[in-house]
Design a binder for this molecule. Structure first.
Ligand code: GA4
Length: 325
């Protein structure tokens, strides 16, 4: 048997990089937001939303419930783990050996399931966390649908709910995640991988974090990273792989990662809007050139893609299997 050496902190530290001020900023209250949204999805696959209309009390309540959860004894948290894929996870991400300096709670957006899973571990007040998650997810999903409808309009797609109906469907396979990146004082001002680089498999992801930095995006294949300045009052949106396919590569599913720092805990909450499992994902005919098959991707169901994704490593390029040669 080959015994691999234990990983040390040094193997996971990365160079620091400066915060990038040029992230596209979209004001949802402005009438011209749809063209800015399309441009941001094409150039970055990532943008920041202000004037989003999500009640601050939903955000604050969920953040404080999340902090309460992560501060509870490990023996309590472990009662809701390991993730299968839902539940509490600590340092281990997915099924294939990825690790990061993070603990998390991964939930489906189906409220009944969450209640049972969380309730089994929190004898006293399970409904507080479940209720905070449900209120928050309902509001954020509405905003995600609004953004998707503006995008469909911006792309001049006649059916403006072509993307949003997938999230609104009762069978929508959406996921919600709470992440806690504890500070790691031994780092002495260096950074550690909290959540390794990846793209999100779903349609759209909506992220909110406290005021701790750490999120980085990659816009080029040259290994360079852009550090996103944190903003606890705004939301950050990622294009996911499925939206990249539906737009035939016009929108970019952005590669991103999170670094842990040496002094401040980062807490993030992310809604991943996904389609129903049986949904066929393929470039929309209205976005293809007339007369010829300009489709860059083979059609697949969300079930197939999700299965493939959950059996892959975090950093893998999952779409290449579905690219037409
Ligand atoms: C990335 C986006 C979401 O966080 C997630 C992640 C999932 C997990 O944490 O179990 C995956 C990852 C994510 C993509 C590849 C697979 C599956 C970890 C992993 C190694 C919940 C999702 O849907 O895909």
């Amino acid at each position: 048997m080959v015994v691999l050496p234990k990983p040390t902190i040094d193997q996971f530290t990365v160079e620091k990089s400066t915060l990038f001020p040029g992230i596209p900023l979209i004001d949802l209250s402005k009438p011209d937001s749809k063209s800015c949204l399309v441009k941001a999805c094409e150039e970055f696959g990532f943008f920041k939303i202000i004037n989003h209309g999500i009640p601050t009390e939903f955000i604050n309540k969920l953040e404080s419930e999340a902090i309460k959860f992560f501060s509870s004894p490990m023996s309590e948290k472990e009662k809701v783990g390991p993730p299968d894929p839902f539940g509490y996870g600590n340092k281990s991400i997915g099924r294939n050996g990825d690790i990061g300096w993070v603990e998390y709670l991964l939930l489906t957006t189906n409220p009944e399931f969450n209640y049972h899973k969380v309730a089994s571990a929190f004898g006293e007040n399970p409904e507080n966390l479940s209720c905070a998650v449900n209120n928050y997810v309902t509001a954020v999903k509405k905003m995600a649908c609004e953004i998707l409808e503006l995008l469909a309009d911006g792309l001049r797609i006649q059916k403006r709910d072509v993307f949003s109906e997938l999230l609104m469907d009762e069978q929508s396979d959406s996921v919600f995640r709470l992440n806690h990146y504890p500070p790691c004082p031994e780092l002495h001002d260096r950074n550690l991988i909290g959540f390794g680089e990846h793209t999100d498999p779903q349609i759209i992801s909506v992220l909110r974090s406290n005021n701790a930095s750490g999120l980085q995006i990659s816009l080029r294949d040259d290994g360079s990273w852009i550090s996103v300045p944190p903003d606890q009052d705004s939301f950050f949106i990622n294009v996911g792989d499925s939206l990249q396919v539906m737009t035939n590569g016009r929108f970019k599913s952005v590669r991103h990662r999170v670094l842990t720092n040496s002094y401040k805990a980062r807490v993030s909450m992310i809604y991943f809007g996904g389609p129903p499992l049986s949904e066929k994902i393929a470039p929309l005919p209205s976005l293809l050139m007339e007369g010829e098959d300009s489709s860059l991707y083979k059609e697949f169901t969300w079930f197939e893609y999700k299965n493939y994704a959950f059996n892959s490593r975090l950093a893998d390029n999952r779409l290449c299997l579905f690219e037409k040669i």
